[in-house]
Design a protein around this ligand. Structure first.
Ligand SMILES: Cc1cc2nc3c(=O)[nH]c(=O)nc-3n(C[C@H](O)[C@H](O)[C@H](O)COP(=O)(O)O)c2cc1C
Length: 205
């Protein structure tokens, strides 16, 4: 028995509540997850995005897989998680090209100092960095790192380059960091990242 007014629709084995807000229905988001201790928060973000109707394709770096298990993000996104550039994709195209072309938005949350440096300088050692170069979708970056790594001139210069390139950068939060330091460098709150994604995608047809 369902409560009055609530109808459950079965779609390809999934149960959907038609009254839930599907603000991101029809949108394809590639979510890059990199090797920050905050990678576990990508699970919550993935869940929120999927509940809002988005098709979320998760791409993890090797370092991220040491922190959070791909199966967690695979289950929450209801799709395969991509890590290895050399693994055959679902179709004939290499998946860094396929995902790059279909993305309405590339979000990297959390974004490590290393991945930001690769993006800033056009290095492509892995699937996520290669995909970044291949996509023409807007890019939203949510850095997370130790406060000294963040304040380092190299990181600051990379962030400046990425902003200058027209990418959307979320400010890190301040507080107690997982590394034991107090200061700036915490990943922006998942709700803040989610709201920013909504804003960016609501302007796109
Ligand atoms: C437990 C742990 C936590 C880490 N957290 C961060 C972090 O929050 N931010 C960061 O930039 N690097 C962090 N690192 C270092 C990165 O994992 C490392 O630079 C790695 O090469 C990043 O690779 P990726 O950008 O390809 O994911 C951490 C390393 C470890 C072992």
């Amino acid at each position: 028995m369902f409560p009055a007014g609530l109808k459950t629709v079965y779609v390809a084995g999934m149960v959907e509540n038609p009254s839930s807000p599907q603000a991101l229905a029809g949108k394809t988001i590639v979510l890059g997850v990199t090797g920050s201790i905050a990678a576990y928060k990508a699970a919550d973000l993935t869940s929120q995005l999927v509940k809002a109707g988005a098709a979320v394709h998760v791409v993890m770096t090797e370092a991220a897989t040491r922190i959070v298990a791909p199966v967690t993000l695979q289950t929450l996104s209801r799709r395969p998680v991509w890590v290895d550039m050399w693994e055959p994709g679902l179709h004939w195209q290499p998946h860094h090209i396929e995902l790059a072309d279909k993305a309405d938005l590339l979000v990297v949350a959390p974004a490590t100092a290393h991945t930001l440096a690769c993006f800033a300088h056009g290095l492509a050692p892995n699937l996520l960095c290669t995909l970044y170069l291949a996509t023409r979708a807007p890019v939203l970056l949510a850095p997370a790192m130790n406060s000294k790594m963040l304040a380092h001139p190299a990181t600051q210069e990379n962030l400046r380059l990425l902003e200058e390139r027209g990418h959307h950068l979320l400010e890190t939060d301040e507080g107690m960091l997982a590394c034991g330091y107090e200061g700036r460098g915490k990943l922006a709150a998942v709700d803040t990242i989610f709201q920013r994604i909504l804003e960016l995608l609501s302007h796109r047809p």
